[in-house]
Write a protein that binds this ligand. Structure first.
Ligand code: DSN
Length: 415
């Protein structure tokens, strides 16, 4: 029986969400459109199977096909990123991080991560997250003036706190990382280096952002951001850490892997090795840089003064509005973003002094540099009129009309 005949409410919700995803400018930096092939794999019968363990060593029978799927995913990840070992079982980027910590740390160990308002992630030691509750996290920050990662301060903090692990990577940092320098610092204090490349893994796969692999002994990622796969996570690591990392995932922090999602990850990894993917990743950065230029011309302040990757962080301090109010007005105008803390923010986390914008999803729809001036104008009009519902509605209609020429990958509105 089809979903529409058994469950009209869920059918209706999926249909509404499909329309929402196609009619708005999707500019959340961590979101994207998975291909039809990825969606097909994730919606397959592989969801029915229990596969605890790893290829060739499972706790349940009937896993021959699952071994093939997981081996394909593993080999594709190793080849794409040049890694010794890959584990595709983490259910998410957060799970990948927790499994990696369990693999190499003991409770109470000191770990260094980027502070949340400098662009860090919850799992990099936030006190409300299991990472911050289990390990003794110390933070490094971006430079107070440039808002760039300050490697000298990273070195000084590392020397003072002697961490066992240093984490590099962010959710809201618009510039390139110097992974070689971070490894140098980690070596100086005898720490392991973990790179959380969740946001930039698609750019790294395409070779348009420096890779942490070869510098960080462990690299974690989600698989659905710039990589454009199904929602999930993965871990890459040096050969020597292979067993510890595998145990950290299963049985350390997870039970049965989601084999349907691992199949989707395998499909995504094949797509990410193509020339088309390289063009897409190159275009993401070109679009972000062009959008940054247009927004700056319209008097928006960007954290670090621009971008080198897929995201921009607007500092709203010169506009007297909070990130939350700005993001809400943008949504009413058909531009979906998120409010975000900015470095040294004086606003509470749930208000945010800025908004984060990303170009991955709009690039997947085929938008190019010449479309960025229109997007900057729509953002400007919306944020100059956050209480003018008529103007917000006019912008929303203009965007909807514009997007009709750019079908969203993986979405067939005729079915
Ligand atoms: N929630 C993700 C993001 O939006 O950056 C990080 O996991």
């Amino acid at each position: 029986m089809s979903l529409s005949s058994t469950d009209p409410e869920i059918t209706q919700a999926i249909s509404e969400e499909t329309i929402r995803q196609t009619r708005a400018l999707e500019m959340i930096a961590s979101e994207n459109y998975a291909s039809a092939a990825v969606l097909e794999a994730v919606g397959s019968v592989l969801t029915n199977k229990y596969s605890e363990g790893y290829p060739g060593s499972r706790y349940y029978n009937g896993n021959g096909v699952m071994d093939t799927v997981e081996r394909l995913a593993r080999e594709r990840a190793k080849s794409l990123f040049g890694a010794d070992h890959a584990n595709l079982q983490p259910h998410s980027g957060a799970q990948a991080n927790m499994a990696a910590y369990l693999a190499v740390l003991d409770p109470g160990d000191t770990v260094m991560g980027l502070k949340l308002d400098s662009g860090g992630h919850l799992t990099h030691g936030s006190p409300v997250n299991a990472s911050g509750k289990t390990y003794n996290f110390v933070s490094y920050e971006v430079d107070r003036d440039t808002h760039l990662i300050d490697y000298e301060s990273m070195r000084n903090t590392a020397k003072a706190s002697r961490p066992k692990l240093i984490i590099v990577g962010a959710t809201a940092y618009p510039r390139l990382w110097d992974f070689a320098k971070a490894r140098e610092i980690a070596d100086e204090v005898g720490a392991l280096l973990l790179a959380d490349m969740a946001h930039i893994s698609g750019l790294i796969a395409a070779g348009v952002h420096p890779t942490p692999v070869g510098h960080a002994q462990i690299t974690t990622s989600s698989t659905h951001k710039t990589l454009r796969g199904p929602r999930g996570g993965m871990i890459l690591c040096d050969r020597e850490l292979r067993r510890k990392i595998n145990s950290g995932v299963f049985p350390g922090t997870q039970g049965g892997p989601m084999m349907h999602v691992i199949a989707g990850k395998a499909v995504m990894l094949k797509e990410a090795a193509t020339n088309e993917f390289k063009e897409y990743a190159t275009q993401i950065i070109a679009n972000a840089k062009t959008l940054a230029d247009h927004l700056q011309r319209n008097d928006f302040n960007l954290v670090t003064g621009g971008t080198d990757n897929h995201l921009l962080l607007i500092d709203l301090n010169n506009r007297s509005i909070t990130g939350r109010d700005a993001a809400d007005a943008l949504e009413r105008a058909g531009i979906v973003t998120n409010f975000n803390s900015i470095p040294f923010d004086d606003k509470p986390v749930r208000e945010g002094g800025g908004i984060r914008l990303g170009t991955p999803a709009i690039t997947s729809r085929g938008l190019k540099e010449n479309h960025m001036s229109s997007i900057a104008e729509w953002i400007t009009r919306a944020l100059n009129n956050i209480q003018n519902e008529i103007e917000l509605e006019i912008v929303r209609k203009e965007i909807q009309l514009f997007l009709a020429d750019f079908p969203a990958p993986g979405i067939d509105l005729n079915t």
